[in-house]
Design a protein around this ligand. Sequence first.
Ligand code: ACM
Length: 534
Amino acid sequence: MRVLRRTLGTLLALAAASSCAAPHRDDAKPAASVVLTPYERLLPAPASVRAEGPGYAFGAGTVIRTGGPGAPEEVRRIGELLAEQLRGPTGLPLPVVDGAGGPGGPGVEDGDGVRLRLDGGAAELGEEGYRLRTTPTGVTLTARTPAGLFHAGQTLRQLLPVRGAGTVPGGTVTDTPRFAYRGAMIDVARHHFPVEQVKRYVDQLAQYKINTLHVHLTDDQGWRIAVDSWPRLAEYGGASEVGGGPGGSWSKDEYRDLAAYAADRYVTLVPEIDMPGHVNAAQAAYGELTCDGKAPARYTGIKVGFSSLCVSKERTYEFIDDVLGELAALTPGPYLHIGGDEAHSTPAADYARFMDRAQAVVARHGKTVMAWHQLASARPAPGAVLQYWGHDRTPAAEKAAVAAAARAGHPVVLSPADHAYLDMKYDKQTRPGLAWAGYVPAQRAYAWNPGSYLPDVPESAVLGVEAPLWTETISTRSDWELMAFPRLLSLAELAWSPSTALDWPAHRQRLAAQGPRLDAQDITYYRAPEVPWP
Ligand code: ACM
């Protein structure tokens, strides 16, 4: 058997040797574009690839087989979704058939085409891993879980050409994620966005194996989710946004629809109600949430840290119980995010007292607490997940508090603002965005190792990484996408690929190879100068 394995490293070494440019591995200057094989183009880079033998040519007769009798309905649904995703680019009919019939007749699960198989015994594939094996008779996707099968389908999409049918090269991809939590965040509070736009983002995330979308639902400038017991939150507190636009909010049915759409793509929503700060919109709607009982005006600027819930009032805790209770009932996922950042108007002792009670409310409603890492300086409840959003100038003591919490068993999600914040400008020319954590050019988004990023926080304490997009300066779909792409893809690879696969010269070639796919999906992206876009 001839093994055609060729590493991207070898190719790049050849390319570097034949040119006098780019003497340094981490050079941010433009690189020459290298022609990659379909396996080398995969992003995130898979854990293992063995290229061997001839491949499978997609054609008019290709069918998607979702297993024989007894295969779960969920596999059928994944097959239907994959077929839908492949029909446009390939131009093929791609009927979905199962063992009970269809064009292949009885026993079709062993016929030609794309075969989806759940194998409960494939322990090595874990919760989300998969194997994708290609021979001249077809492509077999195997996983222990439906999520793994879905991820396998996303890999198959990337192994086919951007347009047209094409041949999937022979070989086997065996792939499992490095981190369980692979996230993005969207701030729909500073600017309101319709659910349809968020669904579009879910599709984009799922393609790159990101499995969590944190939704920042409330802030000083707007309250975006309907709460039946406090209707003015959305009705009045939602009718504002940065810059004075009309704002808006989502009904519970819209939220449920979004959560189901995401779940169908194995993306879990993490809703955030930010407290005890970032609450001006709530207080504008209900004056009883302030200590003096007077409702402030709605706020459309971009300052932070000026509002606080009234920690000494019992009504405050009735409010958070009602809100978090309704949100927990809407939320299929395990986490409720309660913010806890930038509570500059809440004295430290009050902050700790408030967060104790808020965390107890989350637990009472059957969910696990997530909060920004400032909770580490108070009293994180058992199991609470801390989301670190510091940067290169964050004081060592603040990082040490997170490390101490990690030692006490709190999982950490890393969103270092100077690498992972998608709202930081790429450079001084970037029109939207902020720069308080510095500029984040494409390479910087990739140039950190989540497993060793925070002192004394070992990889075993890192639940994963998340790329937040704050929207103080972002109000359109194209600006949102411009800031997210390509940096989101780099975060996706840091979250999924084994640390041994992380290599900027190879990664920027993979980014470049995604350009035509982003174009084909009409995704706006920044043509970062350090990436050799075709
Ligand atoms: C944050 O950026 N205030 C979490």
